[in-house]
Design a binder for this molecule. Structure first.
Ligand SMILES: [Zn+2]
Ligand SMILES: [Zn+2]
Length: 112
């Protein structure tokens, strides 16, 4: 399981996660908001994305980041949305860096 060794905001625009395997991920706030997996943002049955980019304020930022057990963080955003729980597994999967995007598109990355 992927565990962050460090989670910190960067220049008030992104969250940086340093993983224990040495990988570094940078998540712009709007990107995190867009990838929220709660029932309000993703349809529970169809998996359809209910949150769209144009509904995310351009100045969106997290007002609080709280650890959930040792497997996830809960993020409350400045638009009042606070039901999103981001598991470390999800965060690693949605890492926007070029290396991870290349891996994600070339294989399904099947893992336990
Ligand atoms: Zn949500
Ligand atoms: Zn990455």
């Amino acid at each position: 399981m992927d565990i962050p060794s460090e989670i910190a905001p960067v220049e008030n625009r992104a969250v940086r996660i340093l993983w224990q395997d040495g990988h570094e991920s940078l998540y712009p706030y709007a990107y995190l908001r867009e990838n929220c997996g709660c029932a309000e943002c993703i349809h529970e049955w169809t998996g359809e994305k209910l949150i769209t980019k144009d509904r995310i304020p351009p100045d969106i930022r997290p007002v609080s980041v709280t650890a959930v057990g040792n497997y996830a963080v809960s993020i409350r955003f400045s638009d009042g949305h606070g039901t999103g729980v981001y598991s470390f597994d999800l965060l690693k999967r949605i890492c926007p860096c070029t290396a991870c995007r290349a891996v994600a598109s070339s294989s399904s990355r099947a893992r336990a």
